[in-house]
Write a protein that binds this ligand. Structure first.
Ligand code: ZN
Length: 234
């Protein structure tokens, strides 16, 4: 039976191992104060998926892709920015929300997210396309990483279309959903397991895992809180 191994690297960064692929979502590692030392220099990433251009998600992707030969999937504008950073065109997978591409037997779909997106360059911030979430599916397994987002009602459609067993949801508040909104998001997407991300990294992120667990319990959703470096199998 196919299994999927999720490793949480702190903040919004995670690694998924499935179908002999190592996929990294928003791999912000070196500068990420939550990322454990043993995950800061990964030896292999086959595919990097970026939810948006903000530095705490995308600032290390180009360097990783150049070092490891990883492909990068992102919205068109962010994909072009990765090429401007020197990532070879052959490694870049431009796409946009609503579309699905298949990479080594993994179906990758970009979804809506309500947030903003820019990418820092020496000339100042550049427009990086719209922010998104991502659904990864393979062999009956489905995982939704919401990126940075507010709560929105069409998360119900993400649940209906892709039936994620597991959802990674931002709970830090201020820039994204807080714990109450994220627990309702988990209910809307109908996931069995909800894992909180985008909290605890900076002082400005005030949402806590304890609150998230409490709100999830009220929504009838199982919250699983992973310490940075911890893994979860589905
Ligand atoms: Zn952001």
């Amino acid at each position: 039976m196919t299994t999927l191994k999720l490793t949480f690297a702190g903040h919004s960064a995670c690694f998924l191992e499935i179908q002999n692929s190592v996929i990294a979502i928003d791999p912000w590692l070196q500068e990420n104060p939550s990322c454990p030392a043993n995950l800061k220099m990964p030896p292999r990433i086959d595919l990097i998926v970026l939810t948006h251009g903000h530095a705490d998600h995308a600032s290390e992707a180009a360097a990783l892709a150049k070092r490891l030969g990883s492909s990068i999937a992102a919205t068109w504008e962010l994909a072009m920015l990765m090429m401007a950073e020197g990532v070879p065109q052959s490694q870049v997978i431009p796409m946009n929300k609503g579309g699905t591409v298949s990479v080594n037997d993994v179906q990758l779909t970009l979804t809506h997210a309500f947030h903003s997106s820019s990418y820092d360059t020496p000339q100042g911030p550049r427009y990086a396309g719209e922010p998104c979430g991502v659904v990864l599916r393979s062999a009956g397994l489905s995982v939704y990483h919401a990126g940075d987002t507010a709560l929105f009602g069409d998360m119900r459609l993400i649940g209906e279309l892709y039936q994620p067993q597991l959802a990674l949801l931002p709970i830090g508040d201020r820039f994204t959903m807080g714990p109450a909104e994220a627990a309702l998001a988990a209910k809307l997407v109908g996931c069995k397991i909800a894992i909180p991300i985008h909290f605890n990294t900076f002082e400005l992120l005030t949402g806590t895992a304890e609150e998230f667990k409490k709100f999830c319990a009220a929504q009838g959703v199982q919250a699983v809180v992973l310490e940075p470096g911890a893994t979860h199998l589905i």
